[in-house]
Design a binder for this molecule. Structure first.
Ligand SMILES: [Zn+2]
Length: 68
């Protein structure tokens, strides 16, 4: 049987049933939102860094070509 992935205030695993389509019960649904937003922030930082590196590389190649 499914079990909520949330943690109680005592730090114990929650024993309630999760909501449909979720890994958390209605009490710990805020823990799910927090986990998701943290993951999104990390992804955004990573993709922004990669995009910046890509633009820097293209810029360096173009600069190198125009100089010759
Ligand atoms: Zn719970």
């Amino acid at each position: 049987m499914a079990q909520c992935d949330g943690r109680t205030k005592k730090g114990e695993r929650c024993r309630r049933e999760p909501r449909a389509g979720s890994a958390f019960c209605s009490i710990h649904v805020d823990q799910e939102v927090r986990a998701r937003s943290t993951r999104t922030a990390e992804w955004d930082r990573d993709s922004t860094l990669k995009a910046a590196l890509g633009f820097a590389l293209v810029g360096a190649i173009l600069l190198f070509r125009f100089r010759r």
